[in-house]
Design a protein around this ligand. Structure first.
Ligand code: HEM
Length: 406
């Protein structure tokens, strides 16, 4: 399943690897163990990196853009250099002062009002996927492959103005960039996301369209049009951030519900609990861990000394399970009222697509539960979790209970 051979992990406190299949399968246990035993862990893998697991440390780093740069946000053996403050995928890879303007440009497209317009299409898409999955009377459905993975692709492709049929290609690029960074070195430039997006931008320039790519082509910063690298970097970011994350959150939510008849029943009998359930899914199964590069000469953190240009992982999912920050942190509480989770990050880089992510997650769970209210894991051992900084099920066979009633 992995792209490269992996030595087994001997001790998570000194030898962790977030791209290892063992981490993918049991990351929450690893965070719990490290939070107690070694709250800022170090590993030599991936060229060397730090892993803080406490909420307080994760929050301190996210808010400190002076000492921790976003020039690199995906840990890989190739550490970006000399690209700050713009970075290769603005605004996520941008530092102040460039960041604010690059982010501001995008805000109108992701406002609650604009995003709410997408709801009917998102619902129709979920229903169509369920129709297809259930068409031949199947009683086992792969909720990751036949459902979750397609929902965000359709929405973001439409917003950006990219062909929806290219969904499979997007997922190949996402796998290479997020799940197995640096694993392949033999890829032709014509087969990269950045080449593809460059072609798409050229096509939009010659055939102007009213979509997000068209908008970015016409946008200006400091009175000048955006550089092509800026446009391509931003579109690449939206495509990756928009697909992998929500796909993971939808899959993890269905994985949870497949094992919890009490929570399924509650959603069916009390639909008003859905918004609370969505927030708790985001807290408990937060999919996104980001990274930073240390910008100061030395930084003290949790008794450790981090050096200049060291990689630091920022595991928001671990912060969300810290008992210092949440009551009953290790329990999934479907109607949790006070839920200040950090699944969408903290500080200036807080997720720009959170309205869209919430819409997609809500609609995906709601439509699934209306159609398939009762279900279980068909084979718990067949569930496969992604490796890397975005965590969610990539294979999720689910058996429908009472299919005759569907
Ligand atoms: C459940 C789904 C999602 C989760 C958990 C999530 C999580 C995050 C997190 C943790 C960050 C902070 C990054 C950092 O601190 O370096 C972030 C940033 C971002 N996200 Fe999301 N995201 C999700 C969905 C989306 C979607 C659907 C989009 C848009 C298509 C999106 C677009 C962005 C962008 C553009 C940024 C960068 C913002 C900035 O740097 O100012 N995300 N996201």
């Amino acid at each position: 399943m992995t792209d490269v051979d992996r030595a087994p992990i001997e001790d998570w406190a000194t030898d962790f690897d977030h791209t290892h299949p063992d981490y993918a399968a049991r990351a929450p246990e690893v965070w719990d163990e490290l939070r107690d035993r070694c709250p800022v862990a170090h590993s030599d893998r991936q060229g060397g990196m730090w892993l803080p697991t406490r909420h307080a440390d994760v929050a301190a780093i996210a808010h400190d853009t002076r000492r921790y740069s976003s020039e690199g946000v995906i840990v890989s053996p190739f550490k970006p250099v000399g690209m700050a403050p713009q970075g290769y995928a603005p605004p996520i890879t941008s530092d102040p002062p460039f960041h604010a303007e690059a982010r501001r440009l995008l805000l109108p497209a992701f406002s609650p009002k604009e995003i709410s317009k997408l709801e009917p299409a998102a619902r129709a898409s979920c229903r169509e996927l369920l129709d297809t999955a259930l068409a031949d009377g199947a009683d086992v459905v792969d909720a990751a492959r036949q459902y979750a993975q397609h929902i965000p692709v359709r929405v973001i492709a439409e917003m950006l103005g990219l062909p929806r049929e290219d969904g499979d290609r997007f997922r190949v690029w996402i796998h290479r960039i997020i799940e197995a960074p640096g694993a392949r070195r033999d890829i032709a430039y014509e087969d990269t996301l950045f080449y593809y997006l460059g072609q798409m931008v050229e096509d939009h320039r010659s055939h102007p369209r009213d979509d997000l790519i068209g908008f970015l082509i016409g946008a200006e910063m400091d009175g000048k049009p955006l550089a092509t690298e800026h446009i391509v970097g931003t579109i690449g970011l939206l495509l990756i951030a928009g697909i992998d994350t929500t796909w993971s959150a939808i899959g993890a939510s269905l994985w949870h519900l497949a094992q919890r008849p009490d929570d399924r029943r509650r959603l069916v009998e009390d639909p008003a609990v859905l918004p609370f359930a969505v927030e708790e899914m985001l807290r408990f199964y937060a999919p996104v861990t980001m990274a930073r590069i240390v910008a100061d000469d030395e930084v003290e953190l949790g008794g450790q000394t981090l050096g200049h240009r060291d990689w630091v992982l920022l595991p928001f999912p671990s912060a969300n399970r810290d008992p210092e920050a949440f009551d009953r942190a290790d329990e999934f509480v479907i109607d949790r009222e006070r839920n200040r989770h950090v699944a969408f990050g903290l500080g200036i880089h807080r997720c720009l697509g959170s309205n869209l992510a919430r819409l997609e997650l809500t609609v995906a769970i709601d439509e699934w539960m209306r159609r398939i209210p009762d279900f279980e894991l068909a084979d718990p051992d067949a569930v496969l979790w992604s490796t890397g900084q975005v965590r969610g099920p990539r294979q999720l066979p689910i058996r429908l209970l009472h299919p005759e009633a569907l």
